[in-house]
Design a binder for this molecule. Structure first.
Ligand SMILES: [Zn+2]
Length: 259
């Protein structure tokens, strides 16, 4: 892949739209700062009940544009049958070598959907394999410096939160690009202005049971990111987990009051 850009950040997820919903804010934030960001989708989400392949292709291209991605690639694994195999690890490892990201974002390992769990495990192993000189892969060895696990709403063991207050609108727009999945009669302005009760009532009426049973995706995203933001004194936040320790150079400058 000679035209593949060298990335700063690569997010890897099982289905088109997972990345937008979970770590869209962080990707938008860094794209705005001039960093090269990318998305690697393992499947085309063809088991979804709504929308045909044509719709979904158009929608994910639009979402990528809204997020300012420099790269988006699909490995075309079968939806709802992503397996933890050596072959799949190498497919992902090759994409990591091709794009050489410093940071890889994976789904957290606590998951509802089996594909998300498989993606989390495959992604970790792929980061390891991509750095092995003797791995049967094209290109030079490359191991990302950091792996962030992004919250898919079930885990609560966050390591840190990222302020996405300035990115929330764009994140919602990126998700709304998937009209076949998350089409709503509401505009982004309506959504951002709605109170919790109104949003919940709307959620009950428009429930699609696509992402999380019983809620519309916008209710889930707004409620969660507001609650996370509230914990650190910002409007909206995304939660991330790392397995390694976090080193603080200047503890006195740490934001967020204890009392
Ligand atoms: Zn998914």
């Amino acid at each position: 892949m000679s035209d593949t850009p060298k990335l700063d950040i690569l997010a890897i997820a099982a289905h088109p739209d997972d990345i937008e919903i979970t770590c869209g804010g962080l990707l938008i934030k860094y794209a705005r700062l001039g960093k090269k960001t990318g998305a690697l989708d393992l499947t085309r989400g063809e088991m979804g009940t709504k929308g045909d392949e044509h719709d979904r292709q158009r929608e994910l291209a639009k979402a990528a544009e809204i997020m300012g991605l420099a790269y988006r690639h699909n490995l075309e694994m079968p939806d709802s049958a992503v397996e933890f195999t050596q072959e799949n690890k190498y497919l992902i490892a090759q994409a990591i070598r091709d794009t050489r990201p410093e940071l890889v974002i994976l789904p957290h390992w606590v998951q509802r959907h089996p594909d998300h769990l498989a993606c989390s495990r495959l992604g970790y192993d792929a980061c390891f394999l991509a750095g092995l000189k003797k791995a049967p892969l094209a290109g030079d060895p490359h191991r990302p410096k950091k792996i962030f696990y992004v919250s898919y709403f079930r885990n609560t063991d966050y390591s840190f939160l990222v302020d996405i207050s300035d990115e929330m609108r764009q994140k919602l727009e990126a998700v709304a690009a998937y009209t076949s999945q998350f089409g709503s009669t509401l505009s982004i302005d309506d959504l951002l202005k709605m109170g919790a009760d109104e949003l919940h009532a709307r959620s009950q009426r428009e429930r699609t049971d696509i992402f999380h049973p019983g809620v519309i995706i916008y209710d889930l995203m707004l409620t969660r990111s507001r609650a996370l933001g509230q914990m650190v004194g910002v409007r909206y936040a995304e939660a991330y987990t790392v397995k390694e320790q976090i080193l603080i150079d200047d503890p006195l400058s740490m934001p967020v009051k204890s009392i």
